[in-house]
Structure formats: C-alpha cells, structure tokens
Design a protein around this ligand. Sequence first.
Ligand SMILES: Cc1cc2nc3c(=O)[nH]c(=O)nc-3n(C[C@H](O)[C@H](O)[C@H](O)COP(=O)(O)O)c2cc1C
Length: 212
Amino acid sequence: MNHLDFIYKRHSVRKFKDQDVPVEDIKKIIKAATYAPSGKNVQNWHFVVVKNKEKIEGIAKTIERKNAELANLIQDEDIKKGFTKFLRFSTVFRKAPVLILVYTEDSYKPTGLNVLKEINASTDEIHELLRSNPAMQNIGAAMENLILAATNMGYGTCWMTSQNYAAKEITEFIGFEKEGYFLAAMTPLGIPDGEIKSPPRKSVEEVMTIIE
Ligand SMILES: Cc1cc2nc3c(=O)[nH]c(=O)nc-3n(C[C@H](O)[C@H](O)[C@H](O)COP(=O)(O)O)c2cc1C
C-alpha cells in the first residue's frame, strides 16, 4: 500500500447505502477532526451529528424551501435558472444515514489586525489581512481531517457549503444554539453506494512555483 493512498482514495460521495454508522465510529471520526491544527489552538469548531432520517430529510426540505423562496425573488432568468439548476448538489446528503454539520465562530482574527487598527491603517490594508481568514482555515483543516478519517474507515463523505444560504433556517430547524457559532459546512457520512469518481486535477506544474 502506498503511503499516500489515504489521500487518493477519498472522493466526494453523493450516494449511500441504507446502512447505519455506529456512534463509536462517528466519535472516532470527530476525534480525528479535533486533532487538526488550529491557530493558537482555538479549536473553534462544533460538530452537530444528525442521525435521524426524518430530520435529515427535513433539512433537505428546508434548503429546497429557501431555494424556492429566493428564486421567486430573482428577476434575471439566467441567474434564477443557475440557482435552481444546482439545487440537487445542496441536498446530496438526503439519503445518507448520518449528516454532520460543522459550526464555527470567527473571533480568532489574523495576527497583526489589532496593530493595523491601532495605527489607523487603510481599510484596504485591513481587508487584505482579513482575506486569509485563519478562523475559517481552522475549519478547513478539521473538515479535511474528518473526511480523511472517515475514508480510511471505509465511509464516504462530501464536503458541502452550497446549502449555506439556508444556514439560519437549517439551524432553527435542528434547534442548535451555541453563542457566536454559525454553520460553515456539512458532510453526509455513510457507506458509499456505486462507483465513485472524482473530476481531474490541474497538473502539479500548473499549481506549483518553485523559487530557488
Ligand atoms: C468547500 C467545499 C464546498 C463544497 N460544496 C459542495 C456542495 O455543496 N455540494 C456538492 O455536491 N459537492 C461539494 N463539494 C465537493 C466538490 O465538488 C468536490 O470536492 C470537487 O468536485 C472535487 O471532487 P472530489 O472531492 O471527488 O475529489 C465541495 C467541496 C469543498 C471543498
């Protein structure tokens, strides 16, 4: 087995077998997520695990309702078509036995931000520093740990953010509350069903610059 196999066997999985995931396995996966690095070790994540089929379907319906609500307000036909056409990619979790919602809070700011504010730096300069968003980088690291751990344990996942326009409604629907936290991403979790393929990647040459 190649030592990087755990990377290459991960794919976004959008179809799942009707097979439960034991809580012990979910705990191992979440624990792996929490071993991700985070700036100043702030660990600004919270994982909400939904294991109830009706609730998972309810979340999908909540997204569909919000999509229709927003679509009704769109004047431009092309924008409207684009928005509704990809709705199914926001509900790919609907037949999964488990849905993990990843919440975060973003009080962890880039080092130097308070300095820029203190010296009355320009809005552009402050904006430029904020772009690297370390709080969200923490979530990316946790999410990647989570999905790689799940893959290594034989489960499929699909990192998802396209449903986030319905974040408020989803959070209300599941009744989750944690001061300052908001929905950043979610992933279904289950045994993959059928063939899984990933789209091609850019070549290493295209995405790498070596400076010697
Ligand atoms: C931040 C992020 C958001 C994503 N959102 C969605 C989504 O909402 N729905 C979906 O079906 N896939 C989503 N994906 C999966 C990507 O489409 C997928 O990772 C990409 O096409 C590469 O395929 P692979 O994951 O199989 O390698 C998302 C991935 C990332 C990293």
